[in-house]
Design a protein around this ligand. Structure first.
Ligand code: SF4
Ligand code: SF4
Length: 351
């Protein structure tokens, strides 16, 4: 059984020996592995002190430890959904600087042809890499209670297609179950290192506040890690909706207690599922092809996994009802002819 390691540290400066020691422990896992994908949480363009995204100091520590372990091709990527300015996200979060200094290539998930498995669409880069180093930020989450390791991998779904799951599964436990199902597709490739040194509490994942917790956790068993961390925070394991009801895991480190974190208001007030569904149905981003700029190359149509782009004499057009909001068309269009249209509610609720 893969073990879970949980530590309490004062600050990011104390992290290096723990990460190096952990990788040293599991180094057989890296034998014959060539390409490693780093998946931090890059939800939006916000500075590290807001604790919405994985701290650049945490990312730096992980990359440095991997460099000591072997000569891997390390790439880093994410898909910040609604916030389409990836460059700004990378700049503001401090991730671009770390990657530049340590020679790590940054990719965007929408740039790879999406693949489909068990009804899920995910970025094709997942099938090309040998290992995924999952680096979630410890945060509260208004829908899933907490967002930890399993939830962070939901980011492998390109674009805003993730949002459609919120629409289709308004019940938080059903949504959590679906996210867990998605994680299970790739679990063998995943090693999780959780950044909870500075965590996000209250109305997470982005409208709460940062708080010092000092918690870091590592494991090849992401489900076990999430369950152990939920418990270490003094919460019932069912509080985190991506945790399964029954699951065996082993914590290798001593029992550490952490302070209580503020929980999201949604977890304290019961909102009926039909209200949630009504709201989430109205939060969307759809691509719109600007005819004047379009050179009719057809790249967008060829890259669309949902067959949602049609061609007629008047040009290319997106069929909104078929579009799954993966934004692959937007990524491949070299003529800047695809505009992303946000619904009114999207503009109201999503930063
Ligand atoms: S990729 Fe861009 S330019 Fe090419 S057909 Fe699509 S919208 Fe037009
Ligand atoms: S039109 Fe196709 S490629 Fe573009 S966002 Fe919608 S589903 Fe994705």
């Amino acid at each position: 059984m893969n073990k879970v390691y949980i530590y309490k540290i004062d600050n990011y400066e104390s992290l290096d020996p723990l990460v190096s020691g952990y990788f040293e422990n599991i180094k057989s896992r890296f034998e014959k592995q060539k390409t490693i994908l780093l998946k931090p949480n890059l939800l939006q363009a916000s500075p590290p002190e807001r604790a919405i995204t994985t701290d650049p100091a945490f990312v730096r520590s992980v990359i440095s430890a991997l460099r000591k372990l072997g000569n891997f091709n390390i790439i880093l990527g994410d898909s910040p959904g609604a916030n389409m300015n990836y460059k700004k996200v990378l700049e503001k979060t401090g991730i671009d600087k770390v990657c530049e200094e340590l020679g790590v290539e940054i990719i965007r998930f929408e740039s790879f042809k999406p693949q489909q498995r068990n009804g899920f669409i995910y970025t094709g880069i997942v099938d090309e890499v040998d290992v995924i180093i999952n680096m979630p930020k410890l945060k509260t989450h208004s829908l899933t209670g907490l967002t930890l390791g399993v939830k962070n991998l939901f980011g492998l779904i390109p674009g805003s297609n993730k949002v459609s799951f919120h629409r289709n599964y308004p019940n938080n436990s059903d949504l959590g179950g679906k996210i867990l199902e998605f994680y299970s597709l790739f679990h063998e490739k995943v090693i999780t290192l959780l950044d909870g040194v500075i965590a996000h509490e209250g109305d997470g994942p982005s409208r709460g506040n940062s708080t010092y917790l000092g918690l870091v956790a590592f494991s090849e068993d992401t489900i076990g890690l999430d369950m152990a961390v939920t418990k270490a925070l003094g919460l019932d394991v069912s509080f985190c909706k991506t945790n399964p009801v029954k699951y065996s895991y082993e914590v290798a480190t001593e029992n550490i207690t952490f302070k209580n974190i503020k929980l999201p208001i949604s977890m304290r007030v019961k909102v009926p599922d039909y209200v949630k569904k009504w709201v989430s149905d109205r939060i969307y981003v759809k691509p719109f092809i600007v005819g004047k700029k379009c050179i009719k190359c057809g790249f967008c149509k060829n890259s669309c996994p949902a067959d949602a782009i049609e061609y007629s004499e008047s040009g290319y057009r997106v069929i909104d009802t078929k579009c799954i909001e993966c934004f692959c068309c937007h990524e491949v269009c070299e003529s800047d002819a695809i505009y992303l249209r946000r619904s009114i509610m999207h503009r109201m609720f999503v930063k």
